[in-house]
Design a protein around this ligand. Structure first.
Ligand code: FAD
Length: 278
């Protein structure tokens, strides 16, 4: 069992536990994005196993009637083993999503993986005429150019600030500069993306900016936040009528994810400590 503190950030070790969490979220009008924890496999068998787990998760989601999709990390389904292993596995997952009407997001990892991830996304989203989304990172200097390339495609794009420590040559390092880049990318997306914009951020300033751009351009948008972070804001946005999605990690590899969440913000550490003391 996952200790109560960690269960604020991770929905359980198994798919049924994660789906139970989505059911309670859906009651509050918030949709679920399920992510089976796992990354950087160096051998093919665990990558294939996790791809199989996503296919069966997609079947479970379709049978559940829940408002829920999935999000997959490239290195979890074989990118570190070889580009073709990643693409084969992603193809299987996207085909299952297409068969069952379940949307598939592709997370973005460090800058060395951007080209192969976007190439695979472009091919699959075109072949399936939608049903797939990809994440882009505002801290990377290349992202505005990538967004221009992605704009005419039928899928969806999630914009995040970027979670990886990238070299200075390819990325913005200062928080203010990343925020500025995020706002510029949002502007480009609201102007150009007819299929809508996914705002992957907890930052009230970025969400306000998206709201203002929606008023200006009329482009639809959704907000995506992590489980355990600003959950009141997630419910408030949903109540306001903004499509709101919670990214929900689950699985046996919960500890390292939980540890990362606690380390990255003082608020999360205090939150965890309060939960222990109460
Ligand atoms: P920050 O700059 O971290 O915070 C800005 C403000 O937001 C803070 O000042 C505060 O007001 C508020 N805030 C943030 N966290 C908290 C908190 N814990 N409690 C209260 N207020 C808070 N990164 C990738 O590189 N690849 C991915 O595929 C990817 N997918 C993601 C999917 C989702 C749905 C989300 C939400 C994030 C994803 N990320 C991904 C992570 C992302 O890149 C950022 O590292 C992360 O979201 C932190 O940036 P932020 O925009 O939330 O704002």
């Amino acid at each position: 069992m996952i200790p109560p503190i960690a269960s604020n950030f991770v929905a359980g070790k198994s798919a049924p536990q994660a789906l139970d969490h989505v059911a309670s979220l859906n009651d509050d009008g918030v949709n679920g994005i399920l992510n089976l924890l796992g990354e950087h496999y160096e051998e093919r068998p665990p990558a294939d196993e996790d791809a199989d787990a996503y296919v069966s998760l997609i079947e479970d989601i379709a049978g559940s009637g829940l408002d829920c999709c999935v999000s997959v990390k490239p290195s979890q389904i074989g990118l570190d083993v070889g580009d073709e292993v990643f693409v084969d596995n992603l193809e299987r997952i996207v085909a299952a999503g297409d068969d069952h009407g379940v949307f598939v997001w592709v997370d973005m990892e460090d800058y060395t993986t951007t080209d192969v991830t976007l190439d695979a996304y472009e091919r699959l989203v075109t072949e399936h005429d939608g049903g797939v989304g990809v994440c882009t990172q505002a801290n990377l200097k290349r992202t505005p150019e990538d967004l221009e390339r992605l704009a005419p495609l039928p899928g969806k794009v999630r914009l995040v600030k970027g979670a990886y420590a990238e070299p200075k040559s390819v990325s913005y390092k200062q928080k203010e500069r990343v925020n500025e880049a995020y706002e510029d990318c949002l502007e480009l997306m609201f102007e150009r993306f007819e299929g809508g914009v996914a705002v992957g951020s907890h930052d009230p300033a970025m969400i306000d900016h998206a709201r203002a751009l929606h008023d200006e351009y009329g482009t639809e948008y959704e907000v995506q936040m992590l489980m355990g972070v600003r959950e009141d804001a997630q419910r408030d946005l949903a109540a306001e009528g903004v499509p709101t999605w919670q990214y929900i990690p689950y699985g046996e590899k919960w500890f390292s994810y939980f540890y990362r969440r606690v380390r990255e913000r003082k608020e999360n550490a205090l939150f965890a400590m309060r939960a222990v003391l109460s």
